[in-house]
Design a protein around this ligand. Structure first.
Ligand code: TYC
Length: 102
């Protein structure tokens, strides 16, 4: 047992810091023109939330101006933002979606 001296707490004392990749919040922004039903549809289509959740998120954005719709790796967050922006543009709505590092 004497040769275990110094081992206690090794995991917390000497473990080198591992680098976790940063996460990104995907944000949906309010505007005056995009129909509420379209936003609800977008949330279900691209973020896999239930109908009830999509209504809650949409109303939060409508009332507060912005809401976090999900947290993802950079690649996934970029894909979500592009998908939402392309889909809104194709449907001629000014809906804005963006991302920021957590
Ligand atoms: N404010 C919009 C309206 O009254 C609805 C809306 C909600 C638009 C959320 C964008 O991200 C949004 N029709």
């Amino acid at each position: 047992d004497s040769d275990r001296e110094g081992e206690i707490g090794l995991a917390t004392k000497t473990r080198p810091k591992t680098q976790k990749p940063p996460l990104y919040k995907v944000l949906l922004l309010n505007d005056d023109y995009t129909p509420m039903e379209f936003v609800v549809h977008v949330l279900q289509r691209f973020f896999g939330v239930t109908h009830a959740e999509s209504i809650e998120i949409m109303l939060t954005v409508h009332k507060k101006g912005v809401a976090v719709v999900g947290v993802f790796s950079r690649e996934i967050a970029e894909t979500k933002v592009t998908q939402v922006m392309d889909y809104a543009q194709r449907n001629q709505h000014p809906l804005q979606c963006t991302m920021e590092k957590e």
